[in-house]
Design a protein around this ligand. Structure first.
Ligand code: TYD
Ligand code: MG
Length: 458
């Protein structure tokens, strides 16, 4: 006699519970538990679980580490430098990548572009969301022609594997994992059990055949990839596509990568003909002005191993209401409060009763502490209503006592600033020590904010 087993899963974080509960103890969400059929238990299903499939004859044997030969798995070259950089080189054979992002951000577009541009590789693009016609229209918009890209509109994994056997593609793209369903699980597509089971099947396929798989995944309101957290543990790489839908720039980041660095970032621009790579981000992130304006300072930041110059803007004005407002776009609000407290307490600038708004250009989010000095300078510039000269930039962290602290990769930051025609860069004196610079850019080494202030505004 087979017995149907069900479990309740939190649809937000994937935690399971034997009983229904209203408030998830793991993620704190309310009313997210849904009952799902886990498996139809048959008499010997348990037995199979322990014997590794068919009674153990196919089980792997332990091998001495020194005896394992490193087969040089050539990575598949990716057309496009930004994606290649984020992946840490090309696509690793047999790897499985989860690609998340908000609806409408451009996930399908980026994946279709990849499929169209991989000319010497057979690609199977499986879509459970859009019709063949819709994909064709998008491909026309992108304007790249290829004769090695197959489109399959399907959501049953059994059918998909059948087609894969016929076509034998070199890369499989799934759009999206939430639309797939497998016979092995009973619940509806998009549920935690289905998503996990389908991923497990794709994972097995990727590892057994060495075919790389990209899966698009939707994300929930609070930015996590929908479905269980275990999904992120199962895959090799997790990519995130971010950006403001109202801005044209999109950022591609790896939040997990078994084959590369996670600090790299790719920048794209959404255009009429699909996503275009931004290869010189510093140039577009700085507004070209006729004359210098107060409240603007340029920060020499690092995103991964790439130096980027970003415009930081600040607006300081007398509070219109009793409580002063603080608002930050693209920067941590708590860090802004900290910088304001340092300016107030350590440096004697009266900002306590002022509204302070800051903004980083292009909808970018920056976590590099080297942005501190540029922000502080922009705030002071707006407060004094005195402009910072245009060809000046900053790269230093600000400490709690108002000291200017050194930052990493100073040589790369200075080189980028020089390349873009900057004439002066403010850095920490600690960075200046032991650094001998040969270029033409003037390096101003400071130890305290007051020094920067008098060097800028006299
Ligand atoms: P899409 O790739 O469908 O997003 P996702 O799969 O992440 O939901 O992208 C949708 C948006 O991109 C849509 O609002 C239209 C816009 N877009 C362009 O601006 N230019 C283009 O060439 C394409 C294909 C889409
Ligand atoms: Mg899509």
């Amino acid at each position: 006699m087979s017995k149907t087993k069900t479990t309740f899963f939190c649809q937000n974080c994937g935690v399971s519970s034997a009983k229904w509960i209203g408030h998830c103890p793991s993620c704190g969400q309310w009313n997210t538990y849904v009952e799902e059929v886990v498996q139809k238990e048959t008499k010997n299903s348990r037995l199979r679980l322990f014997t590794g499939g068919k009674g153990g004859e196919t089980a792997n044997k332990p091998v001495l580490l020194q005896d394992i030969g490193l087969q040089e798995h050539a990575r598949i070259a990716v057309p496009g430098r930004e994606l290649a950089r984020v992946l840490g080189g090309g696509i690793v054979p047999g790897s499985i990548t989860l690609f998340g992002g908000e609806p409408g951000i451009g996930k399908s577009t980026l994946m279709l572009q990849l499929a169209l541009r991989l000319k010497n590789l057979k690609v199977l693009y499986v879509s459970g969301e859009e019709s063949e016609q819709q994909i064709k229209m998008r491909a026309e918009r992108i304007g790249v022609t290829t004769d090695s890209c197959f489109i399959l509109q399907e959501s049953s994994t059994a059918q998909i594997f059948q087609r894969i056997q016929e076509i034998e593609p070199g890369l499989v793209i799934i759009d999206s994992i939430q639309t797939l369903y497998t016979e092995a699980a009973e619940s509806s597509p998009g549920s935690v059990t289905q998503v996990r089971e389908c991923t497990a099947e794709l994972l097995r396929f990727a590892k057994e055949t060495g075919t790389p798989v990209f899966m698009i995944g939707h994300i929930t309101k609070d930015g996590a990839i929908a479905g269980p957290k275990v999904l992120e543990h199962m895959v090799d790489t997790v990519l995130q596509f971010e950006g403001d839908r109202n801005h044209i720039y999109r950022l591609l980041r790896a939040t997990k990568n078994r084959f590369g660095n996670t600090s790299e970032m790719g920048i794209y621009e959404m255009q009429g003909e699909g996503l275009k790579e931004v290869l010189n981000p510093s140039e577009i992130l700085i507004t070209q002005r006729e004359q210098a304006t107060s409240g603007v300072a340029i920060a020499a930041t690092m995103e991964g191993n790439r130096p980027i110059l970003i415009e930081t803007q600040a607006l300081v004005s007398t509070a219109a209401y009793g409580t002063p407002q603080r608002s930050a776009t693209g920067y941590d609000l708590r860090r802004l409060s900290m910088l304001l407290a340092v300016l107030e307490k350590r440096c004697g600038f009266r900002l306590g009763m002022k509204d302070v708004f800051i903004n980083l250009a292009g909808g970018l989010r920056v976590e590099d502490p080297a942005t501190d000095l540029a922000l502080v300078s922009a705030i002071l510039s707006s407060n004094e209503d005195l402009a910072i000269p245009q060809r000046v930039c900053f790269a230093a962290e600000v400490g709690l006592t108002g000291e200017i602290r050194p930052v990493t990769h100073i040589d790369q930051r200075i080189a980028e600033a020089e390349k873009l025609g900057y004439e002066k860069i403010f850095i920490s004196s600690f960075n200046k020590r032991g650094y001998n610079h040969k270029g033409t850019i003037e390096i101003v080494a400071c130890t305290r904010i007051e020094e920067v202030f008098s060097a800028l505004f006299g």
